[in-house]
Write a protein that binds this ligand. Sequence first.
Ligand SMILES: [Zn+2]
Length: 235
Amino acid sequence: MTEDTTLATDDLQRVLVVMAHPDDAEFTCAGTIAKWIKAGRQAHYVVCTSGDKGTKDPDITPHHLAAIREEEQLAAAQMLGIEGVTFLRHRDGELEASKEFRAEIAMLIRDYKPDIVFTHDAWRPYLLHPDHRAVGITVCDAIVAARDHLFLPGQTAIGLEAVEPAELYLWGAAEADYFEDITQTIDLKLDALSKHKSQLRRPNWRQRIRQWAADTGEPHGMAYAEAFKRIAFRR
Ligand SMILES: [Zn+2]
């Protein structure tokens, strides 16, 4: 296996991944993030809910489930080399694209100063989960609010100055136009995903995710790939 280190000299170093639930990033972008970390980038996770409704077990409480899922997310992130995880602890299934939520995400963007942001594609038709829609919309709106100082003047006044990321990647995109070869990190992605034990009910999950990555890569001459809609701002 050869390591791709072409990103090490790239000026786009900091990556912020904003997801609705623990495990969303491992399913969708962890192969790409792990590859980029190996090549010298840094990445931070923001997890908007702790997934406290994600179970069929009638005996588990939401608080207990949230604690389990945060532990699972921390273990997965550590395996990938993520430098930090921020849990916002909103209620699972109840996220809305409000001004308050937008300001919260914009504050995190202004604080972390990412060059690259990853999140859900809210424009995919028939995207069922309301949290995925709300986070996708809110992150886009927050990027706009974070990049001009007259937005959120209270944040500007306390030193959280305007920040303009260079690129946005949306996973689960209906119109994907960027395909990252994750052949070197597919096993790491699957191992990180395996940390989310509470969510992996089907015994053949590993084979299904591997096949999904193979099907994504095949038209592009890649053994395994992840797909995104890529939006460039600065370049
Ligand atoms: Zn989710």
